[in-house]
Design a binder for this molecule. Structure first.
Ligand code: 2YH
Length: 269
């Protein structure tokens, strides 16, 4: 599992408006629209929550400790979506008490293995892996103008790939999942019998629509990128090299936290 670094996130907050405009240009929806679409909703469905829900982000020192700027970046994304958001002064359990005592209805917190949004009123939990996969799949669907009956290749059968596979299958896409770990594919096939799985080591089929959901580099090479290939790539580091990125241009969806956090928030509401 990839641990974000300070340099991955340091510019996210100040670039949110530009990133939102970029998403609007390439998918027809901004961050809120993509997160809402992943739940079959529109941003209008969240207007009253924007007025009433406060969100606390709690730094967590366990394991490898605090990533400088992580909590503040999560807060900035949530605030950009129109919600009151704050980072607690105390980390860990003290921060949880502070957040709830300060009126937070939803808290965000991450350690080295998990990143969750917890609705303390309803008990609902949104997991970053699942939400990120679903949010990116929704963004790809918007970019494609619908994926019903279309073939989509998902590379990576972890929580992110699983979230994408579940969403895309429900939308009627023909989903093929590939992972170098055959046992992960078997597990996913048990959860979602409609998907097809590829053999580890097989050559990836050329597919117009790809979700790159691995933490590995160079999973897709430039010969897979044609003039109409669209890629949603939540994986960090990005699995596509510079040549792929240049070929894809505005047909690539990729960020480090934004779509995942927006989707977690709307899911936890
Ligand atoms: O980046 C991570 C994990 N890789 C989460 C993976 C979830 N899919 N965690 C961030 C750790 C943040 C740190 N504990 C802090 O600053 O609070």
């Amino acid at each position: 599992m990839t641990r974000l670094r300070e340099e991955d996130i340091c510019l996210v907050g100040e670039r949110l408006s530009g990133y939102d405009s970029h998403l609007l240009k390439i998918t027809g929806s901004g961050l809120a629209g993509i997160a809402a679409h992943s739940l079959g909703k529109t941003p209008n469905d969240f207007v009253s929550a924007q007025r009433t829900v406060s969100v606390g982000v709690i730094p967590v020192t366990y394991g490898q400790g605090i990533i400088s700027g992580f909590s503040e970046t999560v807060r900035d994304i949530i605030a950009f979506l129109g919600f009151a958001a704050f980072v607690t002064r105390e980390p860990n359990l003290g921060g949880l008490a502070e957040a709830v005592g300060g009126g937070a209805k939803i808290v965000f917190l991450a350690d080295d293995d998990n990143f969750i949004a917890l609705n303390v009123a309803s008990g609902k939990v949104s997991d970053n892996g699942e939400a990120t996969g679903r949010g990116y799949a929704a963004a790809l669907e918007l970019m494609a103008g619908g994926l019903r009956e279309k073939k989509v290749l998902i590379i990576g059968a972890g929580p992110v790939g699983c979230g994408a596979a579940r969403y895309l299958t429900a939308q009627g896409a023909k989903v093929l999942v590939h992972d170098c770990d055959e046992s992960k594919m078997e597990q996913l096939k048990c959860l979602i019998p409609e998907i097809r799985t590829g053999k580890p080591g097989m050559t990836l089929p050329c597919c117009q629509f790809i979700v790159e959901a691995t933490p590995a580099e160079n999973t897709v090479t430039a010969d897979y990128i044609t003039a109409d290939t669209c890629v949603a790539a939540p994986g960090i580091p990005l699995g596509l090299n510079r040549e792929c990125r240049e070929r894809l241009a505005d047909r690539l969806i990729h960020d480090v936290l934004e779509i995942g956090v927006a989707t977690m928030l709307f899911t936890a509401l």
